[in-house]
Ligand binder design. Structure first.
Ligand code: C5P
Length: 201
């Protein structure tokens, strides 16, 4: 069975959590496409050229454990604004989406550019303040001196860059089901996503 779930939305809206949960629920494979851009961003921080890094990326060998820092996210979002970087990552993502047995992909442009014919499209979002608070709590577990105002400013700056770029800007597809998680628990957000998917199965 080929069944593709496209999940897009801004940073820290709960996309990853919802995506992993629905992939497990339905037994679908899961791809966090942000990791592809983060891997490119990390290479740029090491001095590489963004386009060359994207073109030579071996997506199957990405180790996400080193890539979830604010610095890498910032470099990823800058590299992600370059059309050549995005173009180099398209084929891998489309190949993943077509695998048998169902696939969930999360990112910024899955429902609009990568899989415009996805079986289900979800746009998972939340207010900037709620998202910054979640990111703040997450970062506070790893670092001691995290400043909320700084985290909020970073979240807003990354949203602004992702939404205003010419190449595949962050926007909900016309046929996406919008799930605003600002006032939802994880369980409620997951169950909204499961219902939307079940309606199309
Ligand atoms: O989702 P995550 O925060 O890991 O993504 C990091 C950055 O990669 C985003 O801010 C965005 O600029 C970029 N990205 C993208 N398209 C995707 C996934 C991520 O442009 N499909």
């Amino acid at each position: 069975m080929q069944f593709t779930v496209a999940i897009d939305g801004p940073a820290a809206a709960g996309k990853g959590t919802v995506s992993k949960a629905v992939a497990t629920h339905f037994g679908f494979a899961y791809l966090d496409t942000g990791l592809l851009y983060r891997a490119v961003g990390a290479r740029v921080l090491d001095g590489a050229d963004a386009i060359e890094a994207a073109q030579s990326l071996n997506a199957k060998e990405i180790d996400g454990s080193q890539l979830r820092t604010a610095e890498v996210a910032e470099a990823a979002s800058k590299a992600a604004a370059m059309p050549e970087v995005r173009a180099a990552l398209v084929e891998f993502q489309r190949g993943f989406a077509k695998r048998q047995g169902g696939a969930v992909l999360d990112g910024r442009d899955i429902g609009t550019v990568i899989c415009p014919d996805a079986s289900v499209k979800l746009f998972v979002t939340a207010s900037a303040e709620v998202r910054a608070k979640r990111r703040f709590l997450e970062l506070s577990e790893k670092e001691s001196s995290v400043d909320f105002e700084q985290v909020l400013a970073d979240v807003k700056a990354r949203d602004e860059r992702d939404a205003s770029r010419d190449a595949a800007p962050l926007v909900a597809a016309d046929d996406a089901v919008v799930i605003d998680t600002s006032e939802l628990t994880i369980k409620e957000a997951v169950s909204a996503a499961v219902s939307a998917i079940e309606a199309k199965l």
